[in-house]
Design a protein. Structure first.
Length: 146
């Protein structure tokens, strides 16, 4: 049985291929998801992951995460995201998803960020390597633009 991390990677790749395969090329650039559609602050009150801020500075895209730490918002960390893009037949460049990874001493976390119906969907897989015996885990959060 594959590890959750490998299963997530396979799922993400399949979703990307499926997304690209089933989405018709837009008639104009207005129908394409652009980086500007991801950039901004996204919130999910009451969830473990309460806030996501995506910024773009030149060629660098940064994702900052905040969570619920005992009733208080606390910084979870940040990572640099790479975009998964496609070029429709009209030549406009569209962004299908953002992906990234954070390395910590106790786990590696892989992220896949997409847009669905105007909401930000952040999927994360924890690959624990701290010998704690915890099983790898998958979480998905839906956040609204602030």
């Amino acid at each position: 049985m594959p590890s959750p991390r490998r299963a997530f990677a396979a799922l993400a790749a399949a979703a990307l291929v499926t997304t690209i395969a089933v989405l018709p090329a837009p008639a104009s650039a207005a129908g394409v998801t652009h980086m500007r559609d991801f950039v901004g602050t996204w919130v999910s009150p009451g969830a473990d992951l309460t806030r996501v801020k995506i910024t773009k500075d030149g060629g660098r895209t940064t994702v900052q995460l905040w969570g619920n730490c005992g009733g208080e918002r606390c910084s979870i960390g940040e990572f640099e995201a790479q975009r998964l893009a496609t070029t429709p037949s009209d030549g406009s460049r569209g962004v299908v998803a953002l992906r990234g990874q954070r390395e910590m001493w106790w786990a590696t976390v892989d992220y896949l960020i997409t847009l669905r119906n105007g909401d930000l969907v952040l999927q994360q897989v924890y690959d624990y390597h701290d010998r704690s015996g915890r099983k790898d885990s998958y979480e998905e959060y839906v956040l609204l633009r602030k």
